[in-house]
Design a protein around this ligand. Sequence first.
Ligand code: AMP
Length: 301
Amino acid sequence: MHVITTIQEMLIARASWGNSAPVGLVPTMGYLHEGHLSLVRQARAENDFLAASIFVNPTQFGPHEDLARYPRDLPRDLRLLEECGVDVVFTPAAADMYPANFATYIDPGGPLATAAEGASRPGHFRGVATVVLKLFQIIQPERAYFGQKDAQQVAVITRMVTDLNLPVHLCILPTIREASGLALSSRNAYLEPDVRAASTILYQALTAGKQAFESAPSSGQASVTQASAKMQEVIAREPLARLDYAEVRDPTTFSPLETLRAPALLLVAATFGTTRLIDNFLLRPDGSWDCGKVQVREEYS
Ligand code: AMP
């Protein structure tokens, strides 16, 4: 496995792979867990060459967010990626990705950028879209792998790929969860034991929202409102949780849902102490639910 720290070296490595064998990319911010590794394993099985990036992207953090304290453990990440058979780990410096006078950003529009995470984290998706496009340009993957855990990120990147005619196939994989239902996240490292236990309320809220969805007396707007209210009510029961939002939206456009129908996305976000967590359940177009998967390997939680 090669660890590459500059864009220049990454471009040379990419050129050496040629254009006939498929290249996969798994973009991450590091501090890897089984959610990341599920993407890496799938990508390894589907591509001849595999790159994973580790880059804590400063442009997607707000001024009062956790950029400085975001958890990092590069030696451990490299060991895990090597075990998964990754060919190249691309871990550039911020000054290489955003040199002095950097001025060109990708600016997603509409509810995709302004609703839910977009409302709570202004500028977040501008940073995400910009860094993902840069990674696509540098690594030129045939396939790129993302987690359903970040449903709005998936929607923003899917829109960007369509709008800008990017020659990449996006592979979206289910959210990996602990047995408690808590979705794996690098930010779970911040949680003290009592708060960690409390944070399973997000999964419980989504489960209650799904039940409300399935047992709604009609498909009208009132039932959509009721499903959201149910999720809010469950989160309000947990004293350690401060609700940010609990809503039902269209998974592609992020417009609010007007009738209770597939496809739909149940979305929750709440802060536990100083840690903000998000989660979602997806009702697919065919009427089946993607509620994520419980992880089988305990050692990477
Ligand atoms: P991050 O390092 O948080 O930027 O995440 C890198 C990639 O891993 C993104 O595509 C995430 O959606 C994905 N990811 C994060 N957590 C999970 C999880 N629990 N299950 C599946 N994918 C995940």
